[in-house]
Design a protein around this ligand. Structure first.
Ligand SMILES: Cc1cc2nc3c(=O)[nH]c(=O)nc-3n(C[C@H](O)[C@H](O)[C@H](O)COP(=O)(O)O)c2cc1C
Length: 172
């Protein structure tokens, strides 16, 4: 390492710095061995419109991550402003499994009720990247509902308010 190169950040420092990047919040659900598993994830990112691809970065130690990778299917629910308690519940490691009736064999994993968006996906590819797995998902169906999103910033849930300006054209 040259004398002018800064040292790599310690994990706790990097987490604090990355926390300055505002994200939305999702819950991922997957069915494995007859059980529905669910976890909160803010690493969700759109990747491609044609073909329709999104990704999430998952800790391979999470039960839901294992269920996603084994079943190759995942439902992604984008949470609304009123879903902070849901986000906390699905972030508790080893917490209760997804409540509700047992999954119908062959059906998609259930979405969170009243989610702002629901994406039903199949797993296309899993890339091991450091201490996480990048899970590339092909979107088979998608629907959205009006409402305000739940945000996550500096380790806290937050409200996100759209400015009263014209929408930016889809340049990208
Ligand atoms: C706001 C928020 C975002 C999170 N994002 C992720 C994520 O993107 N990837 C991940 O692996 N864990 C993420 N987590 C942690 C998981 O939700 C947590 O480890 C969960 O308990 C895993 O549950 P399971 O092991 O029962 O499946 C996040 C937690 C919170 C509160």
């Amino acid at each position: 390492m040259s004398a002018r190169q800064a040292a790599a950040p310690a994990p706790a420092d990097l987490r604090r710095v990355l926390g300055r990047f505002l994200t939305g919040v999702t819950v991922l659900t997957a069915v494995d061995d007859g059980d529905v598993h669910g976890m909160t994830a803010n690493s969700f990112t759109s990747v491609s419109l044609e073909p329709p691809l999104v990704l999430v970065c998952l800790d391979p130690g999470a039960r839901t991550a294992a269920a996603v990778e084994r079943s190759r299917r995942v439902t992604i629910s984008v949470l609304g402003a009123g879903h902070a308690a849901t986000a906390l519940r699905f972030a508790r490691r080893g917490g209760p499994r997804y409540p509700g009736p047992p999954p119908v064999p062959g059906a998609d994993p259930p979405a969170v009720p009243d989610a702002l968006a629901e994406l039903r996906c199949t797993v296309e590819e899993v890339v091991v990247a450091g201490d996480h797995h990048v899970v590339l998902c092909r979107v088979r169906s998608a629907k959205a509902r009006a409402g305000s999103p739940l945000g996550f910033f500096e380790g806290r849930f937050c409200d996100v308010v759209a400015r009263d300006t014209p929408p930016v054209p889809p340049w990208y």
